[in-house]
Design a protein around this ligand. Structure first.
Ligand code: GLN
Length: 340
């Protein structure tokens, strides 16, 4: 009788422990093994360091000149621990990754419904600078991560004029990075003198009554936001703010309302890697955003972020080595969110 009671007590305490452990794990409280993260980062760097497949973007002339050998891999955990290998302080222009932060700002100012209604939250299935996609969707840009939706998002940032709009967008990116990010004048001049296609996109959206401010001014501000420089380290920190439910783990500052984080991650999952977002999600299971400068920011919700910089791109405009290194780390550490 006594031993039976003891046995059921034991069973109960094992059960309680298991429930507590599982829920702690679900909340990301059980720290991932730090030595394992450090090792996975080093291995990912060493494994792909000499992989020279892909090609720098050259439709923006200044991007073709960036050293294709640059390669940096950074992991930042939700509680601000940093693991890195390679050229993690080398900077490239943020390009399309900036779209994440302007979309975040628009949500912060106008709410998640506004973003979905005005801009959209669906994949286009077409290239990032597609004009046909706008026509096909009756004037909708589809999502804030194709150029159309990103220029639209820029136009909807509430500010008294375009100078103030740019200041807000830049300050917002700086808050995510936890430092004043440098501006790449060379990339900006190169792109602003050659962005007629983006101007056409903005004008077309304006004709559909979808812009929040002057279309050409918005295109210029959008081009500025794409010309901000970031390193793999910065991308890791910026992503970690999203892994940490909207609080920058290094500065402790809230950069985005908690409720908007899953919305933003959802759009990253469906449209973060342009028209190859499906294949990316199939391989990694993780919300991510790439830029033609060669950056890739990936978020493992509630756990950590991976920031990688490597300029050579595949045919979709996504960094080849950054994708490989990120997938390696995800697989090695069993981080695929769909496999939890
Ligand atoms: N500034 C670039 C453009 O508008 C950004 C594109 C990208 O990174 N995919 O074309």
């Amino acid at each position: 009788m006594l031993s039976q009671m003891r046995r059921s007590l034991l069973r109960l305490s094992v059960l309680i422990f298991m429930v507590a452990f599982t829920s702690a794990f679900a909340r990301g409280l059980v720290a991932l093994d730090e030595a394992k993260i450090a090792q996975a980062v080093q291995e990912a760097y060493a494994k792909f360091k000499d992989d020279d497949s892909g090609k720098n973007a050259d439709y923006i002339k200044a991007l073709a000149k960036v050293d294709p050998k640059l390669f940096g891999v950074t992991v930042v955990t939700r509680d601000g621990k940093v693991f890195e290998a390679g050229d993690t302080k080398a900077e490239v222009s943020i390009q399309s990754i900036s779209k994440v932060f302007t979309a975040a700002l628009v949500m912060q100012q106008h709410g998640a419904k506004f973003l979905q209604r005005k801009i959209g939250a669906n994949a286009t299935g077409l290239p990032f600078n597609s004009i046909i996609a706008i026509e096909l969707h009756h004037g909708s840009a589809s999502n804030p991560f194709v150029n159309a939706g990103a220029i639209q998002a820029t136009s909807w940032v509430t500010a008294k004029d375009s100078k103030a709009r740019w200041a807000k967008i830049k300050a917002n990116m700086d808050a995510f990075a936890g430092r004043k990010l440098p501006f790449n004048e060379e990339v900006y001049v190169s792109e602003v003198n050659d962005n007629k296609r983006n101007q056409a996109i903005a004008k077309l959206l304006d004709a559909y009554g979808r812009m929040g401010s002057d279309p050409l001014e918005a295109t210029t501000v959008y081009t500025k936001q794409c010309s901000v420089n970031v390193s793999a380290h910065d991308l890791g920190v910026m992503g970690a703010c999203l892994a940490n439910h909207g609080v920058n783990p290094l500065t402790g500052k809230r950069v985005l309302e908690k409720a908007y984080v899953p919305k933003l991650l959802a759009v990253m999952a469906t449209a973060g890697l342009y028209d190859n977002a499906g294949d990316w999600l199939y391989a990694s299971g993780a919300p991510a955003k790439s830029g033609v400068g060669g950056g890739l920011l990936t978020v493992i919700p509630g756990k950590l972020a991976i920031g990688v910089v490597s300029p050579p791109l595949d045919k979709y405009g996504n960094s080849v080595r950054a994708q490989k290194a990120t997938i390696y780390i995800i697989e090695k550490l069993g981080l695929n969110p769909f496999a939890q």
